[in-house]
Design a binder for this molecule. Structure first.
Ligand code: CP
Ligand code: NVA
Length: 309
């Protein structure tokens, strides 16, 4: 069994295998209804336990469909209905019980420590469904979407991120190392990626280009990514932060600095960081991006449960 906690910890070969499997499975399902099971029924009888300590629409639904399409079932625990965290039961005991009852545990949490602790005590795979420091299932799926639309390996493309240096960007940075693609980051001064992220990049002999002007970051890009300026775990002065990012709004004008056929991606939910014209425009592929999470998470589940062909 393998955890899926951070892209940094997974080999490039395994990440590529996951994407390849997702591509094949997606193609084979063309004529199936949403709840029909893949032909080989690979996770028949398996139970995925999910728990969200923060809001979620896409991650919740896509994991539900992912496990169902593989022949398994899922249950979602309400964090506030467990003994955990109220002092009634240790995390280690909770992990033991989850491992006794289930085959995999998907956790969205506001604590990186909790992910770390669960990973020590679970004897079933742990999948990080978003933590303050990363959102690996989202980003791996986004790589899939980029390659599906652009019809070439991401290593041949210029990728641009305009926005906050948050969990999604951390995972995109990890992906840029694993998949060797060029990454430009556009963000205001004082909002650059954290030192621990840049140290890891350096250690891996990679370079990320950071610009404090959005135009320079967007120049010649094949893909422009963005995300909410204020994340779920952000304990900041929200008004100030939104003000600080005002010049980094992705609008039609900014898109003209990217390549003509550039696409816009956003993991959602969105805020004022993108104009309606871009978000609903031709270059925006956000709905395809959201749906692809089902396909990639299926292959992540298979990887975790040792069933990836
Ligand atoms: N993109 C994403 O993870 O969406 P949810 O927060 O709705 O799960
Ligand atoms: N960066 C965002 C992603 C939401 C899917 C957050 O953490 O709220």
């Amino acid at each position: 069994m393998k955890h899926f906690i951070n892209l940094n910890d997974i080999t490039a070969i395994d990440l590529r295998k996951i994407l390849l499997d997702a591509k094949k499975r997606k193609r084979k399902r063309k004529n199936l209804n949403v709840l029909e099971v893949d032909r080989n029924n690979p996770l028949k009888g398996k139970l995925l336990i999910q728990m969200f300590e923060k809001s979620s629409l896409r991650t919740r639904l896509s994991f539900f469909l992912a496990i169902k399409q593989l022949g398994g079932e899922t249950i979602t625990l309400r964090a506030n209905e467990l003994h955990l965290g109220k002092g009634g039961e240790s995390l280690a005991d909770t992990a033991k019980i989850l491992s006794t009852y289930g085959d995999g545990f998907m956790l969205r949490t506001d604590s990186d420590n909790k992910i770390e602790e669960f990973s020590k005590h679970l004897t079933i795979p742990l999948i990080n469904g978003l933590s303050p420091s990363s959102h690996p299932t989202q980003v791996l799926s986004d790589i899939f979407t980029v390659e599906e639309i652009k019809k070439k390996p991401i290593s041949k493309l210029n990728i641009c991120w305009i926005g906050d240096s948050n969990n999604v960007l951390n995972s995109l940075i990890a992906a840029s190392v694993k998949f060797s693609f060029n990454l430009n980051v556009g963000c205001p001064k004082n909002y650059e990626p954290k030192k621990f992220v840049m140290d890891w990049v350096k250690k891996n002999k990679k370079k990320i280009n950071i610009f404090n002007t959005p135009i320079k970051a967007a120049m010649n890009s094949d893909v422009i990514f963005s995300d909410k300026v204020v994340s779920l775990n952000d304990k900041v002065n929200k008004k100030k932060k939104i003000r600080d990012f005002k010049k980094f709004r992705i609008d039609k004008k900014l898109m003209t600095f990217a390549k003509k056929d550039a696409i816009f991606l956003h993991c959602l939910p969105r805020g004022p960081e993108v104009s309606e014209k871009v978000f609903f425009g031709k270059q925006s592929k956000v709905w395809q991006q959201a749906l692809n999470r089902v396909y990639v998470q299926k292959s992540i589940l298979l990887y975790c449960l040792g069933k990836l062909r």
